[in-house]
Design a protein around this ligand. Sequence first.
Ligand SMILES: Cc1ncc(COP(=O)(O)O)c(C=O)c1O
Length: 410
Amino acid sequence: MATAMIDTPPATVDLLAKFDPIIQTREALLAAGVEDPFNLVMEKVLSPTRAICNGRDTILLGTYNYMGMTFDPDVIEAGKRAMEEFGAGTTGSRVLNGTFRDHRDVETALREFYGMDHAMVFSTGYQANLGIISTLAGKGDYIILDIDSHASIWDGCAMGNAEVVPFKHNDVEALEKRLKRVPEGAGKLVVLEGVYSMMGDVAPLKEMVRVCKENGATVLVDEAHSMGFIGEHGRGVAEEQGVLDDVDFIIGTFSKSVGTVGGFCVSNHPKFEVLRLVCRPYVFTAALPPAVMASSATSIRKLMHGGNKRAHLWENSRTLHGGLKALGFQLGTDTPQSAIIAVIMPDLEKGAMMWEALLKEGLYVNLARPPATPAGMTLLRCSLCAEHTAEQVQTILGMFERAGKAIGII
Ligand SMILES: Cc1ncc(COP(=O)(O)O)c(C=O)c1O
């Protein structure tokens, strides 16, 4: 009788070992006694600008709730009604059983908002970039993009398998040079953002879009951080700089000014509707719940008439930017360009200490670090809301002054 050989199984390679340096950095930070900046819990949300965080009454200065729509009574009511009428979820893809009345309605609201022929709603802004970029530009095509582009843009480029050519942040000449080097006859997609979310700076879209058109490129602009706030009607930086009609595709999200969740693309391209059949992150995922769609449609329609809120948000941005600068903080932009004001920290350790000191003062801001930030920077990102009162902005400045002095940053 043959005896079975018992082989020792090969050692399992730990697939998470590549993240050991990140685990060590985090452990070192927590060992220094700092509260975990990436594990904050909002125990109760009191309004668009206040929450109970880790047991404290806290002013929120690190959400993307630019227009404060999360607690708008009409937005909430629309969501409640849709949930009662249509149930909690769609349980299906947009191309099968997942298109309900309110998915259609939110696309109508987007077409009205931008004055464009077509609108397509995705489950998130991340998926909108992933889907549209990978579907537009495939093997053999060229994508020319700003080096500081959002992760969802980079991931969309990788998924489509196009040639990816980055250019120096906001540099019109560098963009033009790259465009001129693309081989004759190849498809060219230029991907830009209106507002860059880490530093809060605005793109020179007017010049960039001109250069794209002169070189036969299709232009896509991600207006995630400008929709609702920038431009006379809140259509974004392309509206503000007078180039909306020359942009071929606009990407946006509901998770910022709209105050809900979801992503979208709007366009006047005559063949746009085919994208619903071929765009994998649209087809192969469940459609958003009807309550989210109804809330979003109501919010978008209210944002069309949000002129007063936009004016107040600009006022807040100017006051906070000027105040922080006067206190001696180093900021991401010389002038206020958006609702985001980035405060540059000397390093991660000081950044985390300052973040914690602000939290103890009763202020929440975003601690941002590489790979999300450019040039290896640690930032305290402040994002303002149209619902912050002038008094709250003054309170915030007082908190920054005390924390900055205590940590030795100013
Ligand atoms: C520029 C940009 N595009 C897209 C997204 C993704 O949006 P969403 O949160 O809807 O996935 C973000 C999110 O922060 C962003 O900053």
